[in-house]
Design a protein around this ligand. Structure first.
Ligand SMILES: [Zn+2]
Length: 117
């Protein structure tokens, strides 16, 4: 991550706002929300009673930004590239771990065969 904490907080809040707006549960002006006019407690109040995985991810990303673990891969502890964070500001694993976990090198042979069909 090479963008500042402030820029990344804005990116996270922007996604959070979009999600809340989609659900029709936010009536706050977008700019003021993105500027951080709501405290983390107020944001928690907005998120209360919602069980939405994406909202949870974004909320946790704000916590990681505060405690200094944001942008660090939870698997290998190396830093996550800015491109990955720009695409998904709530991302918790780096691209090489994602590759390793989602596309293991030692795939069974039948996978190669069937995937070519
Ligand atoms: Zn990693």
């Amino acid at each position: 991550m090479n963008k500042s904490k402030r820029v990344m907080r804005r990116a996270i809040l922007s996604k959070l706002f979009d999600s809340l707006e989609e659900q029709g549960t936010i009536f706050h002006p977008r700019e003021s929300f993105l500027n951080g006019d709501l405290s983390i407690r107020e944001i928690d109040a907005l998120l209360a009673f919602k069980s939405n995985a994406q909202l949870e991810e974004l909320r946790h990303a704000l916590d990681r930004l505060e405690n200094g673990t944001y942008g660090i891969c939870i698997s290998c502890k190396s830093s996550i590239s800015q491109d990955v964070l720009d695409a998904d500001p709530a991302q918790r694993i780096c691209s090489s771990c994602e590759q390793r976990l989602l596309h293991p090198v030692h795939r069974p042979d039948y996978f190669h065969v069937t995937s070519r069909v």
